[in-house]
Design a protein around this ligand. Sequence first.
Ligand code: G3P
Length: 217
Amino acid sequence: MKFFIDTANLDQIKEANELGILDGVTTNPSLMAKEGIKGHDAVMKHYKDICEMVDGDISAEVVSTEFNDIIEEGKKLAAIHPNIVVKVPMIKDGVKAIKWFTDNGIKTNCTLVFNAGQAILCAKAGAKYVSPFVGRIDDTGWDGVQLVEQIVHIYNIQGLKTQVLAASMRNSNHIVRCAEVGAHVVTSPLDAILGLLKHPLTDSGLAKFLDDAKKLQ
Ligand code: G3P
């Protein structure tokens, strides 16, 4: 399973990358706005900076909703760096655009996916990734990981090549559960990634080992 970080914060991307386990980055307009990035040139530069930091797929989201505009915007994003993946929303013109990008050699990530029917359309259009939003489904009282499992199952039995990129992770347990059901990629905030390191018995065990090590000197 690949590990992506879900942020536009360069310090957090650097920290995750230095762990040596990072395979890519996902962003969205909300995450970009959170970093205070303003204006077209600043947005493009920020994506370029991320591409230069991490050697892996970097999702950059279009903000257009009409087919021709999505294509124009996506072409500009894809031109920033070969690792850019154009993130396209699950709408009618988005599906058409994903098919166009696929036919023209541009990688896509279909975002805002909340059911298996949407995921089937993404795959039929040739998206490299489909992004089911696990945490946002959980927020409505349902089980987001179950949707990831269902999409993985459908793709497997149908031989669909799109990779399931579990998004909207809220905690480390989401990462483990998505791994368990066969997600190809998980994109998580830094704290959920770092949470995987933690166990109180690791801390107390290490303290005891270090204490006992003093007796060896
Ligand atoms: O990037 C898409 C997704 O991961 C958003 O997550 O936390 O805003 O539901 P969240």
